[in-house]
Design a binder for this molecule. Structure first.
Ligand SMILES: Cc1ncc(COP(=O)(O)O)c(C=O)c1O
Length: 450
């Protein structure tokens, strides 16, 4: 099956989506409300989602591995969350005041993540990382933030640096051009080179912030010695060590990735899973650090670091959905994490074997319930960071994901990693492997065969 015939198959199945897209380009820049949601020739439009399925406006059904930007660990609209939300909607959707449900969710997070001695809810992950670096600057009285090359922390202006290939220039126009003066970017998974760069700015370095698994940058787990080395360097030099766990929090175990590996970050950001399918960001930190944001004790502007939270922070719907989700995960933690981590192993091992049996050079990255296939090229033999991903055959990956979607009703947002949730089962992974084998046998991979 060629690219052209896949496109025409997709177009045949998605007439109503095409109409919706033609309308939406007159309403939203590019026809979408998040850049990565666009793919060629146009995205399908969804009007219902339940458990593992997305349903589009043409009546197509897709088994979903994108799972709401990897947020939906219990699948779409899980009954235990929906029931609680239905009751909460009648009680009120936005109080705009302190409320007791936020204490339930906050307490659950606090008990399960050692770093979260104090925390603040906000509405997006981008906001949480923005607050994290503001607090880091406030507490250390230093200005420079260090991030990793290819690291993604949301659309906040300070961290829009070195996200996409070629990594050296600002991410798009619309910034002063000076933001980069206060951001140092270090190579992911390369401790020696990272420390050299940190040394060059350490007198003005407020914090190092990174994802323990590069998510948007290509589903690449950090080497544990890299994380430990950075943490140790930060502690030795009075620099705050911040882990962005917006993807990894509650994804592999009940708690943070960092506590699982006995890391001791000063702050952690959370989002996605802890919102139970509703918008959230969370900044968690050690008491000594977070107290700078206490508006009751810090009564003048020389003392306080304003980190807001926003109109919708701690809204009772998100708090209810998040608490219902974490409560369920907590009660079933053993079976849930065993199941999704095992399915992840099955997907990674199955894909590795399949591509290798057919002589296609790939590397399937990921850990636990997250996975992504990279197509290697003569420019890259191993994927250890985002620069390697940039040199892999991203078009091949896009074609593979598009073929899964158009021909087999299996949805990965093209080029992005897949997330397994509790509603997936062994049969789904077998179907994914069977579909992959059929795609390999078609001619869309001809270009990348060895
Ligand atoms: C690691 C990481 N940090 C921050 C964000 C931003 O979160 P949000 O999209 O909720 O603003 C994301 C989003 O994908 C993320 O993956």
């Amino acid at each position: 099956m060629t690219r052209d015939s896949l496109n025409s198959l997709y177009e045949k199945k998605t007439h109503n989506s095409k109409k919706a897209y033609d309308n939406s380009v007159n309403i939203f820049p590019g026809g979408i409300s998040h850049n990565i949601r666009f793919f060629k020739p146009y995205p399908f439009f969804v009007n219902k989602a339940k458990d593992k399925h997305l349903f589009d406006v043409d009546g197509n059904k897709f088994v979903d591995y994108w799972m709401g930007h990897w947020a939906l660990v219990l699948g779409h609209s899980p009954t235990i969350v929906v029931k609680k939300l239905a009751r909460q909607i009648r009680q009120g959707t936005l109080y705009g005041t302190a409320n007791d449900i936020s204490v339930n969710l906050g307490e659950t997070i606090k008990k399960s993540i050692p770093t979260s001695e104090l925390l603040r809810f906000c509405t997006t992950g981008s906001e949480a990382t923005m607050y994290a670096i503001r607090i880091a600057r406030a507490v250390t009285k230093k200005r420079i933030i260090c991030k990793t090359i290819g690291g993604w922390h949301g659309f906040n202006t300070d961290l829009m640096q070195s996200v996409n290939y070629p990594f050296e220039i600002d991410e798009g126009v619309g910034m002063t051009g000076r933001e980069g003066d206060f951001v140092e970017s270090i190579p992911y998974n390369d401790l020696d080179r990272s420390i050299k760069l940190l040394d060059s700015v350490k007198d003005d370095l407020a914090c190092v912030i990174l994802e323990p698994i590069l998510g948007g940058g290509g589903c690449i787990p950090a080497d544990i010695n890299y994380l430990r080395g950075l943490e140790e360097y930060c502690k030795r030099n009075d620099i705050l060590f911040v882990l962005d766990e917006i993807v990894t929090g509650f994804r592999f175990n009940f708690g943070s990735y960092s506590s699982f590996y006995h890391l001791d970050p000063d702050m952690i950001t959370l989002g996605k899973i802890v919102g139970g399918g509703l918008p959230i960001g969370v900044l968690c930190g050690k008491k000594e650090i977070m107290k700078v944001a206490n508006p009751v004790e810090n009564t003048n502007k020389e003392q306080i670091c304003y980190i807001g939270g926003g109109t919708f922070s701690s809204n009772p719907l998100t708090m209810t959905a998040g608490y219902a989700t974490l409560d369920y995960l907590s009660q079933n933690r053993k079976s849930i994490y065993n199941k999704i981590n095992r399915l992840g192993d099955m997907a990674r091992n199955g894909l590795r074997k399949l591509f290798s049996d057919y002589g296609l050079r790939t590397q399937v990255t990921g850990i636990g319930s997250l996975f992504l296939t990279h197509f290697l090229t003569d420019k890259v033999n191993e994927i250890t960071n985002a620069s390697d991903v940039a040199l892999s055959d991203i078009q091949g990956l896009t074609r593979y994901h598009f073929a899964l979607m158009a021909k087999h009703g299996i949805f990965f947002l093209p080029r992005k990693m897949g997330a397994i949730s509790t509603v997936h089962d062994v049969k789904d992974i077998k179907n994914l492997l069977n579909a992959t084998e059929k795609i390999i046998k078609s001619d869309i991979f001809l270009k990348i065969k060895t």
